[in-house]
Design a protein around this ligand. Sequence first.
Ligand code: ZN
Length: 208
Amino acid sequence: MPTETSRIRDLVLPLLETELPPIVQLGHPALRQPALPYDGQLNPGELSAFIALMRRVMHAAPGVGLAAPQLGIPLQIAVLEDRFDADPEISDIRERHPLPFFTVINPVYTPLGTETAEFFEGCLSFNGYQGVVPRYRFVSLKYTDASGASGEQNFQGWQARIVQHETDHLHGTVYVDKVLTRSLCSNGEYLRRWASPSTDEARRTLGF
Ligand code: ZN
């Protein structure tokens, strides 16, 4: 068995015995290294159990996406699901609509056009903060699904934001690398002052 494969299995198999493993935080090396393409390091039962585990952790957090490096596993696997029931004004301005659960393996996104959108986002691996990140408004995503089939799908707005955030995790990039630094807010200040659908007032006051 190749060394890389046994190293991955040594990391994943103990996690499968746990109900809710911790989400690793900024400073953990797995968040800063390119993850390995998934090429069968786990057997099908282990892969399904790992995906189910990632989904549990994402729901419990709660979050709208989770990438394997956030559990300390350097594999290109992420889960995405947005069940957040946004009020109509927020859905409208942020283009936030429900995203059914799906798994992406070895995903690659390509911007469709150059248009970007700037909104606050946070990361379960950088607890306690939110910041404004410019993201492509439209992207195309190529990936392999949990059954091993190839998929390609276009995403817009908030869904495109989630796709970019989670795919970036698989390449060692965290949103703080792309954030407009002057927009960084503690969750408390964000909720108190800047949770309105548009970022205009935050932009003027904080100067980003
Ligand atoms: Zn994240």
